[in-house]
Design a protein around this ligand. Sequence first.
Ligand SMILES: [Zn+2]
Ligand SMILES: [Zn+2]
Length: 342
Amino acid sequence: MRAAVTEAVGAVALLDRAEPPQPGAGEVLLTPEAVGICGSDYHFFLGELSDEAGGSQFPRVLGHEVGARIAALGPGCREDLAVGQLVALWPLIACGHCYPCSVERPNTCDNFKLIGIHLDGGLQQQLVADQAQVFSIDVDSASVAAMVEPLSVAVQAVRRAAVQADEHVVIFGAGPIGQCICLVARAYGARVLVVDTQPNRLPLSAQLGADTLVWTTAEQVIADARRWAGPGGAPVVFDATGAAAAVAAMVEIVASAGRAVQVGMSNQAVSLRLGILTEKEIDLLGSCCCDSSGFAEAVRIAEQQADALTRMISHEFPLERFPEAMQFAIDNPTEVMKVVIR
Ligand SMILES: [Zn+2]
Ligand SMILES: [Zn+2]
């Protein structure tokens, strides 16, 4: 079978690899049909992934945003799984015995492994996964199934913030994760303002029912966001950029007693006046990927919002053109929303 193997920093090759064995008890043999490429894949490819995030270990088959068909089932699989069924892959495998696992936060497991980062992922013609990683989904498109994973990151962020209907929510960053947070917050009935430096990314947010704002200067954005949310600021603000200036603005814009949630991955440092945390008593929260219930919720939302998720896919490439797709995505950040490999 063909596999796109990242062999070293910046080096990917299409190789023939042995097909996986037949699935064992509780395992599922998958044929990936659509695999989304995301920011963490770029970081992995460029050797920029922090050691805390798992670093870059070669050789690796990337692909953690996977829409697949079930090709075969091992003995003892759940009844909702059937050969030919379209599924989304929950890529997280937690250890079950560390502190975060013991308090039911497996998505922050000290020993966690992500299929497609720490283990070989979806950019190959066949893949075996435990049935716990496999969620059946009732949509027509494997690309929509692949979008469940970024959507699940947004579900986790919105859950961390406990967003309520009619609350004012500001989102920095209109890339795929910012758009997915917008989609989930809108699905829960929030009022949303999306801010980005790139005006061409904002019409997609407007189609999801958000108001939009182009980042000009921090001062201007803070003033405009306060005008939008009310003088007290917004009860909920998300950063989906990882840019220090946006994080500083997030802490300014969030209302007293509000929630500020860091979603964008970043190696940047940000300087904050600490008094702002005590004076406003804000909850400054980090958000990672999601647990199995969050993934199930993402499947449910994806089934209802398949058209919106389809609009986020800007480019599709066949597996054989993955090296070119990766370079294209890295070289054209303003043009690319979500690249999907078919
Ligand atoms: Zn991703
Ligand atoms: Zn653990």
